[in-house]
Design a protein around this ligand. Structure first.
Ligand SMILES: [Zn+2]
Length: 671
């Protein structure tokens, strides 16, 4: 067992976490917390110092103990860990709900707000304000039976979310594609073909066995010349965890989704909100359900003609009517024709180590930090690495784990998560993050080579990471991404994506992994020119997800049930650009809204993209590495966490409210 800390902040002892100990550890800690909460509840003369700070500390301790377990469940799933993880979910859910429903604590916080308000600084006032909001949103004032029911509902929702994820992961692991005919392999990335050959050899099978991992899926859909293969992969992917497709009925999320939507609606009604969407908006920037619908439909009006034009152009280029599994393939070919560039041919120019150097360079230039790898930290897998973020003076300010590449038993997608939050009272901790991606792993003698899409993803997640790690707020409940309105959370991430498109960044970052030659000027120009390629289609796709999600949660009617398929059909009718097969079951694996934090919140991507584009426009006006603009961005937005309202922070930075035109211009969608 190794023991490591970063600036005095203990890092998880990943090499000694045993699935068998997880439940007793968490159970024990929750009991300890409950005991300490009880003391605080009966404390006479509550003050910020004697009540709020200790409670911040208790929540912080539990979060950072649970965080590595939850992380492992996502990136190194096993039956044993899954069982322990699931056993802990109701314990945690009940603990958090009991805390938020505590009337003595609610009274204490109200009294502190009334008595001390003038003496507290703005961050402290915000801690109180957010906490009081959380008490109300957990039904603190409700009659006992309704409070109890709310608690049961929240607990069931936590378990259903985990079940949803399990079904998707199991469906992915259950499916492989055996290919015997080498002609079927035409077009696919050789690294992926080699992986498939090795997998077949392991099983003493002839030919190639492909797994349903994200890089393989993307590569096949984009590059495989065989339409049969593309269709097979599309079917397996888009029917994951449903009653259709190759694992039909085995991991079916149909009932899970219906139950989740019913319980969310019930939770909202218990708190006297008309529906879950309205409940979710209580802590968001968007003022009302109608404002969200208006926003999405306004974008749809602008993007639709462009999207229709783009799809017509694509079909005329292909010379045929396209099926859903042909779209990415022909889009790639068309992009190749228009810009003489493909994602695959860019890979050699984006070796992962070089991309990280380029990314860290951007953070260094903008915010004066230095990022250095540190070895000897306890790890859970040989792929994972650890980095420190240092201040200009060399002081360690934050740290992060990077787990960049795909492997079996790892959840698909890319995300940032909070390992330790910042706390600057009592026992001081600095922030630590997890950055997780699913890039194609290194091949024989080659580093992991990224597409430019992957590079953008890396920048995106690192933007979330900076939000968490560069925070100056010292109260965990509002530090970093905590307490930030969900529809503003994607601001730093989408903001940082812009730098992956800057010539001054590409000049040093994009280098051939063998020759170190820069990306040729014509290729770079073509890459930059391709940024707005099919922006209309991409926008309409995001709007389809966002409208579907928001309508599911805004229009739920207990008498009619969830109407998942019907609402999806209506949304496709409204904003779909091309037909998808009747058996496509994308809701069944839409983890963002059923298992992640995006319920009635998928619109946040577009909402925050407006903020991000408009914020980045301020950099373009002054020069993208202008230190004064960067400092203002850091001071007003990035370091502020949830210590102020997102709109106020934006206005302070930009001098005015956000303007949608910056985004339309960035995407070439202005008429
Ligand atoms: Zn994000």
């Amino acid at each position: 067992m190794t023991d490591a800390n970063i600036s005095g902040t203990a890092l998880p002892a990943f090499d000694s976490i045993r699935a068998g100990d997880v439940e007793s550890t968490i159970r024990g800690l929750i009991e300890r917390n409950r005991g300490e909460v009880a003391v605080l509840e009966s404390q006479p003369g509550p003050t910020f110092a004697n009540t709020v700070l200790p409670l911040e500390q208790l929540s912080h301790r539990l979060s950072r103990t649970w965080s590595p377990i939850s992380h492992l469940n996502g990136v190194l799933n096993s039956d044993e860990l899954r069982a322990s993880y699931n056993a802990c979910l109701p314990l945690l859910s009940n603990y958090w709900t009991d805390l938020a429903q505590s009337e003595p604590l609610y009274r204490a916080y109200s009294a502190i707000a009334a008595n001390e308000n003038d003496r507290l600084d703005p961050a402290q006032r915000r801690v109180l304000q957010r906490a009081l909001e959380d008490f109300r949103l957990a039904g603190v004032g409700l009659p006992r039976e309704r409070k109890e029911r709310y608690k049961t509902v929240v607990q069931e929702l936590a378990q259903l979310g985990a079940k949803f994820e399990e079904n998707v992961l199991d469906a992915m692991n259950a499916w492989t594609k055996h290919v015997a005919d080498p002609a079927m392999l035409s077009g696919i990335n050789p690294v992926i073909v080699e992986q498939a050959r090795a997998r077949a050899a392991e099983k003493n099978a002839e030919g190639w066995i492909f797994a349903l991992e994200q890089p393989t899926y993307v590569s096949v859909l984009t590059d495989a010349d065989s339409e049969t293969l593309r269709r097979d992969f599309y079917e397996a992917w888009s029917t994951r965890a449903s009653e259709r497709g190759p694992s039909a009925g085995q991991f079916d999320n149909t009932a899970v989704m219906q139950k989740i939507l019913a319980l969310r609606h019930e939770a909202a009604r218990l708190l006297d909100f008309p529906n879950y969407a309205a409940y979710a908006l209580a802590t968001r920037m968007a003022p009302s359900n109608q404002a969200v619908f208006d926003f999405l439909r306004q974008l749809a009006r602008v993007a639709r003609p462009a999207a229709a034009r783009e799809f017509a152009e694509l079909e005329s280029f292909a010379g045929r009517k396209l099926n859903a599994w042909d779209v990415a393939y022909y889009a790639e070919k068309l992009q190749q024709k228009l810009f003489s560039i493909t994602q695959e041919e860019l890979r050699p120019y984006f070796p992962l180590p070089r991309v990280l150097d380029g990314l860290f360079d951007v953070a260094e230039k903008l915010f004066g930090v230095k990022i250095v790898e540190r070895t000897g930290v306890p790890m859970y897998h040989a792929d994972a690495r650890f980095f420190e973020i240092r201040d200009p003076g060399g002081k360690v300010r934050a740290g992060f784990y990077l787990d960049a590449c795909a492997r079996p038993k790892k959840r698909a997608g890319a995300w940032m998560d909070d390992c330790v939050g910042r706390k600057d009272f009592g026992e001081i901790t600095i922030p630590v993050a997890y950055l997780v991606c699913n890039f194609l792993p290194a091949g024989a003698g080659k580093p992991a080579l990224l597409t430019h899409d992957d590079v953008v993803t890396m920048f995106h997640e690192f933007g979330h990471g900076l939000h968490h790690m560069l925070t100056r707020v010292g109260y965990p409940s509002i530090a970093g991404i905590n307490g930030v309105s969900w529809d503003a959370v994607e601001l730093p991430s989408q903001f940082l994506e812009n730098f992956a498109w800057r010539p001054e960044v590409l000049a040093t970052m994009a280098r051939h992994f063998e020759t170190n030659a820069p990306l040729p000027a014509d290729k770079q120009a073509q890459l930059l020119g391709s940024r707005t390629f099919q922006a209309g289609l991409a926008t309409m796709r995001q709007l389809e997800f966002a409208l579907f999600d928001f309508r599911l949660h805004a229009e739920y009617d207990p008498a009619k049930g969830a109407r998942v398929a019907e609402i999806l059909a209506e949304v496709r009718e409204e904003v779909g650009v091309f037909a998808v097969p009747e058996w496509n079951r994308f809701p069944h694996n839409f983890g963002h809204i059923f298992a992640g934090g995006y319920a009635a919140g998928y619109y946040s991507y577009k909402w925050a993209e407006v903020l991000a584009a408009d914020a980045f426009a301020a950099f373009e006006e002054q020069g993208v590495f202008d230190s004064r603009v960067a400092q203002r961005f850091l001071d007003s937005i990035l370091s502020q966490g949830g210590s102020r309202k997102a709109l106020d922070a934006f206005i302070e930075f930009r001098g005015r409210a956000p303007d949608v035109n910056a985004l339309l211009k960035q995407q070439g969608l202005t008429q």
